[in-house]
Design a protein around this ligand. Structure first.
Ligand SMILES: [Mg+2]
Length: 255
């Protein structure tokens, strides 16, 4: 055993490699890195929320829909839908949800022009670098799957490092999304991932909670509504102002 960092990993690891370069690639393949979208990869600066509210109004009339008093950062889109419908006494059954998702998707595609979405520093580059090194990379987001990809494309982010993910209809809370994402990573790559080699990157205490609840590592990034100190006190293993130091983050994640 030459590397104390790997003493907890399956014994096969050290036998597989003979050179430093191979070692990095082999070790990277053990890792799964899951990215949040809003406040982490990009920001839509209110366009996403407005598109949702317009979809409600389009379907049900102007009932004064708003998310006032609701914590929307880190929340699941499916849950926001249910809460708003409940607030206005509207039935939130599957068909109503499907209609809402279509209306929101159409509204978002129409209004989220590239000039209205901002890429967060280093985030897409980090995903690209990790995927290039052989790590499994994907999404863990409260967004619906379709609108997640609309946002990523509008931001001009290459969707290649995000071939799978867990989304806002995959469970009743963010904690439920972690095992879903790990399962989809396993299905996509044909190999399993130890929770200790799974890193979740997000901008809210909920992103950190959904990692720590399953024995995964959490990186908190302060490009959303929460400062570094708040993410650290929420239990982030690493909290950073942004993801621009991709070399340091790559070492931390794969090390
Ligand atoms: Mg977020």
């Amino acid at each position: 055993m030459t590397s104390p960092d790997r003493s907890m990993e399956p014994a096969a690891g050290d036998d597989l490699v003979t050179a430093a370069g191979e070692n990095l690639v082999t070790a990277a393949g053990d890792n799964l890195v899951l990215f949040d979208i809003d406040g982490t990869l990009l920001r839509t600066e209110g366009v996403g929320v407005k598109a949702m509210l317009r979809a409600f109004t389009e379907l049900h009339g102007d009932l004064g829909f708003s998310f006032e008093g609701m914590e929307i950062a880190g929340a699941l889109d499916g849950l926001l839908f249910a809460r708003l419908m409940e607030r206005h006494g509207l039935p939130a059954h599957d068909e109503a949800h499907a209609r809402f998702q279509r209306a929101y998707r159409d509204e978002l595609s129409r209004t989220l022009t590239p000039d209205r979405v901002r890429r967060m520093p280093g985030a897409a580059e980090l995903a690209h670098r990790l995927a290039g090194l052989g790590a499994a990379t994907g999404l863990l987001t409260g967004n619906y799957a379709e609108t997640a990809m609309i946002k990523i494309r509008a931001a001009g982010i290459d969707p290649q490092p995000f071939p799978f993910g867990a989304f806002g209809t995959d469970g009743p809370s963010r904690r439920h999304l972690t095992p879903v994402a790990i399962g989809r990573a396993r299905a996509h790559h044909g190999r399993g991932f130890d929770p200790g080699r799974v890193t979740i990157i997000g901008d809210t205490p909920l992103d950190i909670d959904c990692a720590k609840a399953h024995g995964c590592r959490a990186i908190g990034v302060a490009t959303g509504p929460y400062p570094v100190e708040r993410l650290r006190s929420a239990g982030a293993d690493l909290a950073v102002a942004d993801l621009s130091d991709t070399a340091m983050l790559e070492r931390w994640i794969l090390g």
